[in-house]
Design a protein around this ligand. Structure first.
Ligand SMILES: [Zn+2]
Length: 153
């Protein structure tokens, strides 16, 4: 449905673009040619024009994020398992639980920090971004090694 206020106004940049182009709705694939307004008539999603990078250079950022998330995921999952095992057996390895709890919190905070600093990380040089990503994975491996040392003492 076309908003009456928009019908009388001059076409927006989105409408001008869609008058000239045959773009499909990114949500449902409906052909938006000559769309009036800013909502897809098929799925109802609001649309906007935007400038995007052709190559967003996200690989190192995502690699680092996955590295930190792997550390948080491993520690959190192992914490759940050791807690369940301890509850069932009645035998607590407090050092294991403590190390896993600290690692879960630290890696979760690092994931949040990594995400919040995404713009700064993406502005770094390619070499610096990949060093940071490698550092994120190295931290996860170190976290795993620390747990391994504590668990097998
Ligand atoms: Zn749609």
């Amino acid at each position: 449905m076309i908003d009456p206020a928009q019908e009388s106004a001059s076409p927006t940049l989105l409408e001008q673009h869609l008058a000239a182009c045959d773009d499909a709705c990114p949500m449902c694939g409906y052909n938006l040619h000559n769309l009036r307004g800013d909502k897809c008539p098929e799925c109802g999603q609001q649309l906007k024009l935007q400038i995007a990078l052709t190559q967003p250079r996200m690989a190192a950022f995502i690699t680092g994020l996955v590295g930190l998330a792997a550390g948080a995921g491993f520690a959190g999952f192992a914490l759940i398992l050791t807690t369940l095992f301890s509850l069932l057996s009645g035998f607590w390895e407090w050092s294991d639980t403590l190390v896993l709890a600290v690692e879960t919190v630290v890696f979760s905070l690092l994931v949040i920090l990594w995400h919040r600093r995404s713009a700064k990380i993406r502005r770094l040089s390619s070499g610096a971004r990949w060093k940071l990503a490698a550092g994120a994975w190295l931290l996860s491996i170190i976290g795993l090694a620390i747990f391994g040392v504590v668990a097998y003492e």
